[in-house]
Design a protein. Structure first.
Length: 135
């Protein structure tokens, strides 16, 4: 696997050295006024009923809700090809054994495993080709 040499950028077209991040500039500008800004947003929410201000506060305080799913158990032939495993998951979803969100997560996991397996196999093939050329 190719690695970048020390001092060589992985993204040469990226942000130029020395350029400032707008968020850092905003934080510096707020500086001592940050509490006043926070008070103003809270006031807009509580006193004026400004729903955007309320949403800003809630988004910063409360972590986003994620659906909780119970552990599931269904038959999955782990020795089957990955496409058949994905089909088994879809079958379990269509039969109501698992919910669609869990089914999607499982298929995403199978797809990730397929990518890792593919990279592993390509790496083995490359190593074998290099060994054959060095002989």
């Amino acid at each position: 696997m190719a690695k970048f040499k020390p001092g060589q950028s992985g993204n040469p077209a990226g942000r130029p050295k020395g350029s400032k991040d707008r968020r850092t500039d905003l934080r510096k500008q707020l500086g001592e006024h940050s509490q006043a800004v926070i008070d103003k947003v809270v006031s807009a929410c509580l006193d004026d009923g400004d729903m955007m201000a309320c949403r800003t506060i809630v988004d910063r305080i409360v972590s986003p809700l994620r659906p909780k799913t119970e552990p599931v158990a269904f038959e999955l032939d782990k020795d089957a090809p990955l496409t058949q495993q994905a089909a088994q998951v879809l079958g379990a979803v269509s039969e109501g054994v698992i919910d669609p969100t869990t089914g999607k997560a499982l298929i995403d996991g199978i797809a990730g495993l397929a990518r890792v397996t593919e990279i592993d196999e390509l790496s083995k093939r490359l190593d074998a080709l290099e060994a054959a050329t060095n002989e």
